[in-house]
Ligand binder design. Structure first.
Ligand code: AMP
Length: 597
């Protein structure tokens, strides 16, 4: 219910005084986007003037845009790697930032097969918290009554390691959930979770998920929204329910806890929650034992108003499955963020996934935009970076950031399209991540990684006088968890002595061993990616693929085999030519303690 007596906002009537302040803040920041950006840059440069990095470019204490742009180069992670390595090894001198690096955030983007290490400083937590604090006030503009129930959010921490110099290295959300900002957050009636902190903070993913699901089931009538960070996470929770509903129902019937849950913090908090509820147990058994799981979310949590999951970017592939399980509930994508920096939020969170635009908040960092051209003309000048307030509607850009934590003109790797403005702040559609071929969960596999994996696996075929003549790939998300499918066309000199099924299985595993550590972590620790599959197609299939592309207008001279396919007629063509399929017989290696950067 809107409160009339409090300040109204051009975004809409705020639900309470706290919301009014948050919306006012959004208005101020977006109205003054350019001057806020100018101040942010000056502040970052002033405080870091004596860092080794800025000194090496002779900025001489300048804090204006012109000096910055003329002296500081655009960089990628590879350029920063030597600096980051020194910090990781324990050098505490002001290398990138004058404020001490408090920890490293491990990005799902990889470099040389390992997660990238992003330095961060303590105060960045406040900045992230500030962005989080804007989400509910915006949501309250579109959905009434969120204070009358709870949110069932499946949130998890992941393993953390220490660098040789003793700094923690962990994902940004693990860092946030373990912070006092999250653990001791003040009660907000609009943002009450069914999951106790003890369950979210349990490092064992089975125990954590089990407890969160159990609590969500107990609170089934109070749940008003269901979510996870990414769509893949919510589908994993549904899969978990499919596998564990009998045990969950038993626990609810008797008011006891599955003996597999042994975490002492969970045990002690669950004594307050567990109670025998045979009626609820019967209900769960009757719903979950039905053959069809269509609309299971709304059947079990009938008051759910929307799902809160990111379904933009690579996660768009999960929209049909989410619609199936939820009966097409709205899917709110609330924010756009990364380990390097939290960028912004969706001011219209109930918009359709295809229409989602994120408004970058100008106070979070200094943002620049590299005009993105699919194929720049030969000999053309490299494009100039554009400031936040100067981007043009309809154009695509690569995001380049300068952060308080010491990244200067750093290429994030995301391509964004400008869809409009809120006040003076542009709004962006997330187009795609540069160079990502395959993604199921937080993994991002590029063309070079896939190529290296195919090459390595195909060596196993040498003894059979067989080679891989062509390949392509596909992220199969029809199953939960999804998995990588790689189509191989083989050439066997002696077809009768070709590789056996067992050899092909070893090829699957070898490919997985070659993929980056995020892929292997998803596979081994999170179980969020299924076994890699090789589908051998009959000879001539890739020629047919080319014929098909040419029939649709591709140039015969420029035709290249796509290394990833998602267009249904193409996957159908490939699938109709499959002669054998093979899966990885076991898990690849993954250990949390390999810490290179
Ligand atoms: P990480 O560094 O592992 O936290 O991953 C950050 C990356 O995830 C971003 O640079 C984006 O590529 C992607 N990402 C984050 N938020 C969104 C979103 N709302 N929509 C699409 N992609 C996103």
């Amino acid at each position: 219910m809107a409160v009339d007596s409090i300040l109204s906002s051009p975004l809409g009537p705020p639900a309470c005084e706290k919301d009014a302040k948050a919306l006012q803040f959004i208005e101020e920041m977006t109205r003054n986007a350019d001057s806020v950006q100018e101040n942010v840059l000056a502040q970052i440069l002033r405080r870091n003037a004596d860092t080794e990095y800025l000194n090496s470019f002779n900025l001489d204490g300048a804090t204006d845009r012109e000096s910055f742009k003329s002296k500081i180069p655009m960089v990628t992670y590879e350029d920063l790697r030597p600096f980051i390595q020194r910090i990781a090894d324990g050098d505490r001198s002001p290398i990138l930032s004058s404020h001490p690096v408090s920890e490293f955030l491990t990005s799902s983007g990889t470099s040389a097969g390992e997660r990238k290490l992003m330095p961060t400083i303590k105060e960045e937590l406040d900045r992230r918290q500030l962005l989080y604090s804007l989400l509910i006030p915006v949501m309250n503009l579109y959905v009434n009554g969120l204070d009358k129930g709870k949110g069932l959010y499946f949130l998890f921490i992941k393993s953390e390691t220490k660098t040789p110099g003793g700094l923690l290295a962990r994902p940004v959300l693990t860092s946030y959930y373990k912070s006092d900002h999250f653990k001791t957050r003040p009660h907000d009636p609009y943002n009450v979770y069914t999951s106790p902190n003890e369950a979210i903070l349990c490092p064992d993913s089975f125990q954590s998920m089990y407890t969160q699901m159990l609590c969500g089931l107990y609170d089934r009538h109070q749940v008003l929204r269901v979510g996870a960070v990414f769509a893949s996470g919510l589908l994993r929770a549904i899969r978990f329910l499919q596998l564990n509903w009998r045990q969950l129902a038993d626990d609810i019937r008797t008011g006891s806890l599955n003996p597999k849950v042994t975490d002492p913090d969970i045990l002690s908090c669950m004594t307050r929650i567990l109670r025998p509820d045979p009626e609820l147990a019967d209900f769960i058994v009757s719903e979950c034992s039905k053959e069809k799981w269509e609309r299971i979310i709304t059947r079990i949590w009938p008051n759910t108003k929307y799902l809160e999951v990111i379904v933009t970017g690579a996660m768009a592939q999960y929209i049909p499955t989410l619609d199936y399980y939820s009966g097409g509930l709205p899917k709110a994508c609330t924010m756009y963020a990364s380990s390097e920096c939290y960028f912004g939020l969706n001011l219209n969170p109930m918009s359709k996934p295809s229409e989602v635009s994120y408004t970058i908040m100008p106070n979070m960092a200094y943002f620049e935009f590299l005009p993105h051209e699919a194929a720049p003309a030969a000999g053309a000048q490299p494009p100039q970076l554009v400031d936040l307030a100067d981007v043009e509607v309809g154009k695509e850009y690569e995001l380049v950031i300068t952060t308080y934590a010491g990244l200067y003109r750093y290429h994030v790797g995301d391509i964004l399209r400008v869809t409009g403005f809120h006040n003076a702040a542009p709004q962006f559609q997330f187009v795609r991540r540069k160079n990502v071929l395959l993604s199921i969960d937080s993994d991002k596999t590029d063309e070079a990684e896939l190529q290296a994996a195919v090459e390595s696996a195909s060596r196993l075929l040498k003894g059979y006088d067989t080679s891989v003549v062509e390949y392509t790939s596909y992220a199969d998300t029809a199953t939960i968890p999804g998995h990588y499918v790689v189509y191989w066309e083989l050439l066997a000199r002696e077809p009768t002595a070709g590789p056996t099924g067992e050899v092909m299985e070893r090829c699957c595993l070898e490919m997985e061993e070659c993929l980056n550590s995020v892929y292997r972590q998803c596979r081994v620790a999170d179980g969020s990616i299924g076994a890699l599959e090789i589908r051998v197609v009959r000879n001539g299939t890739f020629e047919e693929l080319m014929d098909y592309a040419i029939s649709r207008g591709a140039s015969i001279n420029q035709y290249k085999v796509p290394r990833c396919v998602s267009f249904t007629p193409i996957t159908e063509l490939l699938d109709s030519r499959v002669v054998s399929t093979h899966f990885s017989p076991s898990l690849p290696h993954w250990a949390p303690d390999r810490r290179r950067c």
